[in-house]
Design a protein around this ligand. Structure first.
Ligand code: CP
Ligand code: NVA
Length: 308
């Protein structure tokens, strides 16, 4: 496994499956009160330049359960907020702590942090990627469907960080993947190209379309995300218009398989990307997905930070 988890493509197929297997084991141990203090005495710095509920709490609690601790580092309070270079922050923090999770805007900033750190760096969401969330999504899909290979996953909505990490994560694990986005809100071209490459490698299907109706047919799993991500709040109104027809609704779900899962990384905007009815009908898997952030991330922490 690489030193850092900066993007989904940093993980090989084997890495992903190893993490998912360990996550299942850690979940079992957690539920049965079996101690699993793999990171005793270790500290994880958690830098946040954007808001968070799930990521912050799951990483902090996860470190505690692994016998270590998590330090919440708001960029407003750090010297980063006053212009201290990320390169220097990286070198200083590497002397104090054993790993860093960072949530920020630019992917490049995370890459710079990793370049200048001697400790593992974990991407807790950037504008380009959300790999920790996608690991939890894959874990949830496997829990409900017992298998990943051969399933059809459909993503409907914005070609954003979630879309990017899902393209790589789903296609790498042998699933078929269809994505429907409005014309002006497509995933970055490099992710579409990488998706095509991975599908060819795995012998699976990768469909990119502007039609949710076309994408959703026979889906085993339907995934969506907000139409305006953090940092795009001012575009919310324009986006609501552009995403008309991209809502996960009863009508759309009739085209998916009857037992299809619906996943949402949360927070959700009911009445926008998903109807209240569909959200409520699928709340079991959606909140299992949220819980699985804890277990999947603990597996990532152990894989990257455990020294013996
Ligand atoms: N899904 C997710 O990352 O949630 P938070 O923004 O609350 O961390
Ligand atoms: N795409 C969303 C995900 C939130 C967890 C955002 O970046 O705000």
């Amino acid at each position: 496994m690489k030193k850092d988890l900066l993007k989904m493509d940093d993980l090989s197929k084997e890495d992903i499956l190893d993490i998912l297997n360990l996550a299942d084991q850690l979940k079992y141990e957690h539920k049965h009160n079996i101690p699993h203090e793999h990171l005793k005495g270790q500290s994880l710095g958690m830098i946040f330049e954007k808001s968070s509920t799930r990521t912050r709490v799951s990483f902090e609690v996860g470190m505690y359960q692994l016998g270590g601790n998590g330090l919440f580092l708001s960029s407003r309070d750090l010297q980063i907020g006053r212009g201290e270079p990320i390169e220097d922050t990286a070198r200083v923090l590497s002397r104090f702590i054993q790993g860093i999770m960072i949530r920020t805007f630019s992917q490049k900033e995370v890459e710079t942090l990793a370049k200048y750190s001697s400790i593992p760096i974990i991407n807790g969401l950037t504008d380009d990627e959300h790999p920790c969330q996608v690991l939890a999504d894959l874990m949830t899909i496997r829990e409900y469907k017992n298998i990943l290979e051969g399933l059809k996953v459909v993503y409907i909505g914005d070609g954003n960080n979630m879309a990017h990490s899902l393209i790589v994560g789903c296609l790498k694990t042998g699933m078929n993947f269809s994505i429907a986005c409005p014309k002006d809100y497509m995933p970055k071209e490099e992710y579409i190209e990488r998706g095509r490459e991975l599908a060819a490698l795995e012998g699976t299907e990768f469909v990119v379309t502007h039609s949710p109706l076309e994408a959703v047919v026979d889906a085993d799993v339907v995934i969506t995300d907000v139409w305006a991500s953090m940092g795009q709040e001012e575009e919310a109104k324009i986006r609501q218009k552009a995403f008309t027809g991209f809502q996960i609704s009863k009508d759309l779900m009739t085209l998916a398989k009857q037992n299809a899962l619906v996943l949402h990384c949360l927070p959700a905007h009911r009445g926008e990307e998903i109807t209240t009815q569909i959200f409520d009908e699928h709340s079991n898997e959606i909140f299992d997905e949220a819980e699985n952030r804890l277990h999947a991330q603990k597996a990532v922490l152990v894989k990257l930070m455990k020294t013996n």
